[in-house]
Design a binder for this molecule. Sequence first.
Ligand SMILES: *C/C=C(C)/C=C/C=C(C)/C=C/C1=C(C)CCCC1(C)C
Length: 231
Amino acid sequence: MQFLADGDLVGVTFWIVSIAMIASTVFFLYEGMNVKREWRLSMLVAGLVTLVAAVHYIYMRDYWVVNNASPVVYRYIDWLITVPLLMIEFYIILKAVGASVGNGSFVRLLVGTLVMLIFGYLGEAGIMGTTLAFILGMVGWAVIIYEIFAGEAGKAAAATESVKAAFGYMRLIVLVGWAIYPIGYVMGYMMGGVDEGTLNMVYNLADFVNKILFGLIIWNLAYNDSAEGSH
Ligand SMILES: *C/C=C(C)/C=C/C=C(C)/C=C/C1=C(C)CCCC1(C)C
């Protein structure tokens, strides 16, 4: 067994995010019992996202400590499970506030997700040129952004005030929070040489924002909505 070395800043960020994911999981599952019934499934999914990430982070942290290299495979398996869960979260929230969206929209979001992650992986694993893989991965992300801003899911979200508020936050996460990942990729692979330390620190920050902060936004909506009903 190898321990975290003094001065391994990247290793420290892996450690902090591992613990934060575990603590958030407990928080989301616990708080899920105190909100209105319609919000419980959203809270459960938020907790599943951080639970899946917590397990992967423990492995990624060890991989980094031992090899001082990017845990590319664990990272992408984690994303392959958690990003579709986050897409499902959009639907559950729309349903919680009474909107209706079709299956076609979900399929397009899923296809966008797969294109984004498959090309990202091919680039990071060295199977494809990093620049070409980046461009193709960006196309996948663009499909997702189009769908939630202008597509069917976007239109459904214009339904009521509460849907608008909930959806506004989620759009911000997908547009601004998710932008941290391609920035990390560019800093890691496309600015001359490969900088695995910077790459992983940026990805770790991005996961903190997009899994934990995202869950907290949902909790806040659920909490406020539940409080309104009780007085
Ligand atoms: C919990 C994990 C999340 C929300 C992961 C999201 C990942 C991305 C938004 C990745 C995006 C990328 C591109 C847009 C271009 C190609 C490189 C990627 C895969 C880093």
